[in-house]
Design a protein around this ligand. Structure first.
Ligand SMILES: Cc1ncc(C[n+]2csc(CCOP(=O)(O)OP(=O)(O)O)c2C)c(N)n1
Length: 626
């Protein structure tokens, strides 16, 4: 059987079951993408996983994990104006970080073409919000393409590359979580021979690339003119089409229609099969700029139309305004329930929306609709996680009334029981800025902030430098685990996997941090002492609480030939049922039995022993493996 990368790079057409993200990676190879950059974040990291599975010597593309999304975007921009077909991808909120540069791209002549892949996350499955980046696209004058399925993602990517190269402009390829992660049998095409050796073709005459003072207006005019051209493309695009299973002429009575885009298109198509009357669907997956003529015709052909889009009312307002301008008589409605502006619109929820609108056509008794947002499982840190030891130790050092500021990463889970630390969160790297704000006018309550090591480099540094400058009186704990853990162990500048490891200690020293302590988080007593000292320090202090990510570590160990599993055990005659291992340390490997005794779930326990020091009567020991 072929290895994954062999499938991915097979030059000949083939058919197989592929996840959406992998299909997009294949589409990049088929379109001859030269330069690809990214910063990790769900739902898109598997695109990188696929690309990086290709052995370096076989790669015809350059891939870079950038320090953050803005840098990734700038790399793609620089490569594109040098003639390379470039791709940048990141998650929804990554666009906020990238935006300062990204909003300029629509004004530029991108000679090589540039595709911006956004992993939007309706349902906030793995994000701190569910922002709808279609708004951003409008602000940036960049067209938007939104595939409904993995197959469409593959086909559409090749199409958007052609658009981008033809018009030398950026395009947004907006994926959503389910399109990224769904699997489908896909017919792939050929991978062409690489273009002849590339020569850098930057020429300022292709610009201007410097939007200052008066140059801004001609550039903006170019962006607006290109949107007019995109509207014409949108009119003829195969991705904007009417699904009319029975043909309009056969419909008697009210002519009903739906307008939708992206993943809900599939949910609706599924429901149309069960409708009591034929209903049409206008799919607008080339969704910005909207094809005004196509929409006008569709509205004129129907008596009533409902617009069902995931998240915000973006298409709705544009379509209603078009109908008003053109004096169209069709009755246009939308989702009425506020809850329908949240979360993914799977088939059950779209049925409910349709049923609320046309109950005779979509009777409510057909579907037993379950409500979204009711997942009761609290996320947990893995057994052996160094962050758990850190939280346990830091908690011992915190005085009454201390305020703790969280940041993004696995350590955000410190917010949950039993640690309850990290009480607010805005964005990656916010913690030092927010902590500084909490110290102002505050002489009584200690402030302690957390940050992960990837986040330190991503967006943490500016606020840390600010804290040094103003000597803001708080303690920053760098939760160093040597990787970008939460998104799947991607490298970062401090992990030493890309170039030489950039030392966080040295960075801190060089910017003038006066209090820096480093400790392994498994040394809980020492960590507690360092935190106490840091909180007493008169000014900005940093404690680097370090331990390798144990999930990553164990994955390597388990693959070793001589690997022997290790576990801890609770020595029953020593255990006095203080339950600190469960109630305060909170490792999921411990089980509290009905009789009050504590035992260890060996399926979870990795035998790291970080729990042993939490027991006041030393009742946790290493199990002798037979
Ligand atoms: C702007 C932005 N980009 C990417 C992400 C996705 N993301 C969430 S957690 C995380 C990893 C943070 O890594 P690190 O700071 O090292 O903490 P760890 O998970 O390793 O504890 C990333 C990249 C995000 N939430 N926001």
């Amino acid at each position: 059987m072929k290895k994954f990368y062999e499938q991915l790079t097979d030059k000949q057409p083939w058919q197989g079951l592929f996840m959406g993200n992998y299909a997009v990676a294949r589409a990049m190879l088929e379109s001859g993408a030269d330069v690809i950059s990214s910063y990790p974040g769900s739902p898109t990291p598997e695109i990188a996983e696929a690309l990086l599975s290709v052995p370096e010597e076989l790669r015809k593309f350059h891939f870079e994990w950038a320090t953050n999304e803005k840098v990734a975007t700038e790399i793609a921009f620089g490569a594109s104006i040098n003639g390379h077909l470039s791709v940048v991808f990141f998650k929804s909120v990554g666009l906020n970080v990238a935006s300062d540069s990204l909003v300029q791209l629509g004004l530029m002549n991108l000679i090589g073409g540039l595709v911006i892949i956004l992993g939007d996350d309706p349902g906030a499955n793995s994000s701190q919000n569910e922002q709808d980046n279609r708004h951003f696209a409008r602000m940036s004058y960049i067209p938007v393409f939104e595939p409904s399925s993995p197959t469409e993602a593959y086909q559409m990517f090749i199409y958007v590359v052609n658009i981008s190269r033809k018009y030398q402009m950026p395009v947004i390829f907006r994926l959503t979580t389910h399109v990224c992660h769904a699997k489908e049998v896909i017919q792939f095409g050929q991978i062409p021979e690489p273009r002849s050796k590339f020569s850098p073709s930057f020429d300022r005459k292709n610009g201007p690339y410097l939007p200052i003072t008066k140059a801004v207006f001609p550039l903006k005019k170019i962006a607006l003119d290109r949107l007019d051209i995109m509207e014409m493309e949108s009119e003829i695009s195969v991705f904007n089409k009417v699904h009319s299973p029975f043909g309009l002429e056969q419909i008697s009575g009210r002519r009903l229609g739906i307008v939708s885009s992206s993943m809900p298109v599939l949910s609706i198509l599924e429901n149309l099969d069960k409708a009591k009357q034929p209903v049409d669907l206008l799919q607008l997956n080339f969704s910005f700029p909207l094809p005004k003529e196509k929409i006008t015709k569709y509205l004129n052909d129907h008596d009533e139309v409902i617009i069902i889009e995931e998240l915000d009312r973006v298409m709705e307002f544009e379509i209603k305004s078009l109908a008003y301008d053109r004096n169209i008589k069709c009755r246009i409605s939308s989702r009425t329930d506020k809850a329908d502006l949240m979360g993914e619109l799977g088939s059950e929820r779209t049925w409910k929306i349709l049923s609320d609108k046309w109950s005779d056509v979509f009777p409510s008794e057909i579907e037993n609709i379950s409500l979204p947002f009711n997942n009761p499982r609290i996320p947990q840190m893995c057994p052996g996680c160094g962050h758990r030891s850190a939280f346990h130790a830091i908690k011992q050092a915190l005085p009454e009334g201390a305020i703790t500021v969280g940041d993004i990463g696995c350590h955000s889970l410190g917010f949950f029981k039993p640690y309850n630390m990290g009480e607010m969160l805005l964005s990656m790297g916010h913690s030092s800025g927010t902590a500084a704000g909490l110290t102002i006018g505050n002489k009584t309550r200690k402030v302690l902030a957390f940050i992960g090591d990837s986040t330190f480099f991503h967006a943490g540094l500016p606020a840390i430098i600010n804290a040094v400058l103003y000597n803001h009186h708080f303690t920053l704990v760098v939760m160093e685990n040597g990787t970008t853990a939460m998104t799947g162990h991607q490298p970062h500048p401090g992990s030493g996997e890309i170039g030489d490891k950039i030392s966080i200690d040295k960075v801190l020293e060089s910017i003038g941090v006066k209090f820096i302590r480093r400790v392994d988080t498994y040394q809980q007593k020492q960590l507690t002492e360092h935190i106490k000292d840091a909180l007493e320090f008169d000014g900005f202090s940093v404690v680097i609480a370090s331990h390798p990510c144990m999930l990553k570590f164990m994955r390597v160990q388990r693959k070793k030939e001589n690997y022997v599993p290790k576990h801890v055990e609770v020595v029953q005659d020593k255990c006095e049922k203080h339950l600190i291992c469960i109630d305060k340390f909170g490792c999921p490997s411990f089980i509290k039995n009905e009789d009050g005794s504590v035992t260890v779930n060996e399926d979870l326990c990795i035998g790291d022993g970080s729990c042993r020091q939490t027991c006041p009567v030393s009742a946790i020991g290493f199990k002798k493996e037979i």
